[in-house]
Design a protein around this ligand. Sequence first.
Ligand code: DP6
Length: 337
Amino acid sequence: MKSAFRAPSNIALVKYWGKYGVQLPSNPSISFTLDACATETTLELTETPGIRVALDGVDTPSFVPKVAQFVERAATRHPWLKDYGLNVQTHNSFPHSSGIASSASGMSALALCVVDLARQLGHEVADPKQEASILARLGSGSACRSVFGGLVVWGETHSIPGSSQEFGVEYPHPVHDVFRGYRDVVALVDVGQKAVSSTTGHQLMEQHPFRSQRFAQAHDHLASLGPILASGDLEAFMELVELEALTLHGLMMSSSPSYILMRPNTLRIIEAIRGFRRETGTPISFTLDAGANVHILFPEHAEQSALQFVEEQVKPWCKDGRAIADRVGQGPVSLLQ
Ligand code: DP6
């Protein structure tokens, strides 16, 4: 018996940074689900016990502990998982060496397979997408947002009805057309292993001197995004999204111990983006995840000038001149139907 899903990565606009309990977020977050950056995973139930993981067709034992931890947690809701051996075959659309984290797309794809298999085995699942989001969260927090397409909110907050600590929900309010198919070009600055992992970063928020202000700010940012997304106010959108990115890295720089994940070329690219925006009025902005790469965001209508700018003024600062063009996508798809 097997299941297979393709699940995309996502990029947060308001960042999840800090958690407690079993993968519950200290603050609400919202992200764009992407399209091109995705993971394809097949999960097969076998009679031979144990977990086997193959990446791009090659047996990869180093992935087993992460999958085993996910299965341990998922089995609290799906005890039948313990009755089988598991064969996982996985493939990322983005190069392994890109420094793009595969945990959001990977855990989302795996969680969707588990829920599908539960249903094939005849277990009742009241809300399969919600269940997949809960399971994905147990694997990696941000993965719970990749179960849906478009804009997805995770974490309970007053401005988003139906929002939950346990799973992601599709953004429920009106969204202006300018945000449809919004572009994200990922400028690859540093493709190596991160100096400090996200797990450690989340932990450092537990004692962070600015934690309560930060968590309150994230709620405020979610609420202020409402009118911005409805009206298509790109100036306000870019301002808020860049503030979130720099706040995330500001929190890292003001953690104890302090650390810096941006590299000199991260700052060069940020400067270039702000300079180009000032000079040309092109609505181009940036966000950052927990690494040195820069996500360059712009609406579809600005694509021509934005891509020319990336070619001329961003790629020279990228590792081997590499950037990955992506856009907001529709969410995961089953690969077996
Ligand atoms: C900076 O979801 O990777 O990308 O829950 O420990 O797996 P774990 O962390 P992870 O953290 C992502 C943090 C972020 C912001 C975000 O995606 O919201």
